[in-house]
Ligand binder design. Structure first.
Ligand SMILES: [Zn+2]
Length: 227
């Protein structure tokens, strides 16, 4: 069987590591082609206009490329959408950008955000991604999963909390996931912040314990089409 084309579409630089660091590592180890799209800049706009500081943007993108490299992912695309303001963009524009990316990647599996997350960019992208993956005749995407992002998914409203349907063994990739997260010098925090190495390991152990594994990433299967 040919190697699979995998798409990961997230809002902010670091979301991809927090939600799918282990999953991506596994796909790379299987020689699948992992294509990563980070939609928003990850930086607050400067007051007065919608631009972000060019130096900070380049630094954060460098961190994102370094984190991807740790996980073996060479293909990183940046979407340039406004950070924490994606609800100010027409949903159709977000959908079109994701469609274009999925087409170019010829992806058959998509990993993206949980629609219930507290962060508005996560919610917009989850909705847009589902729209971009409408199961029309000839559509390539066969599986869509959402994942959980520490410091966003656990802050959701009680009725919107992330409940995994699928557990992926990441024991062999947990250390690499933590190393990748440390590449994000401006995002990693000290314990007990949820974006700390301790919390990343704790969540992986917890999700693992729910499935008889030493460490896992939890996913929600949103759609699967068997042909
Ligand atoms: Zn995020």
């Amino acid at each position: 069987m040919a190697n699979e084309n995998i798409a990961v579409v997230v809002a902010h630089p670091d979301d991809e590591v927090l939600a799918f660091g282990g999953v991506m590592g596994r796909h790379v180890a299987r020689s699948d082609n992992v294509h990563l799209l980070i939609m928003a800049t990850g930086l607050a706009a400067r007051t007065g206009d919608n631009s972000v500081d060019a130096g900070s943007l380049e630094k954060l993108r460098g961190d994102a490329r370094a984190a991807a490299k740790v996980l073996g992912v060479g293909n990183v695309t940046f979407g340039d959408f406004p950070d924490n303001r994606m609800d100010s963009v027409a949903l159709l524009d977000v959908v079109k950008r994701i469609e274009q990316f999925l087409d170019q990647a010829a992806a058959t599996t998509l990993y993206t955000h949980h629609v219930g997350d507290m962060n508005i960019d996560h919610t917009v992208i989850a909705r847009a991604a589902l729209t971009a993956c409408r199961p029309l005749p000839g559509a390539k995407i066969r599986r869509i999963y959402s994942g959980e992002v520490l410091s966003s998914s656990e802050y959701a409203l009680p009725e919107h909390r992330f409940l995994p349907t699928t557990y992926v063994d990441i024991e062999a990739f947990l250390e690499r996931k933590c190393t990748a997260m440390k590449c994000y010098r401006s995002e990693i925090r000290n314990t007990p912040h949820p974006r700390s190495v301790d919390s990343i390991v704790a969540l992986a152990r917890l999700r693992g314990s729910e499935a008889g594994l030493k460490a896992a990433e939890g996913l929600r299967l949103l759609r699967e089409i068997e042909r």
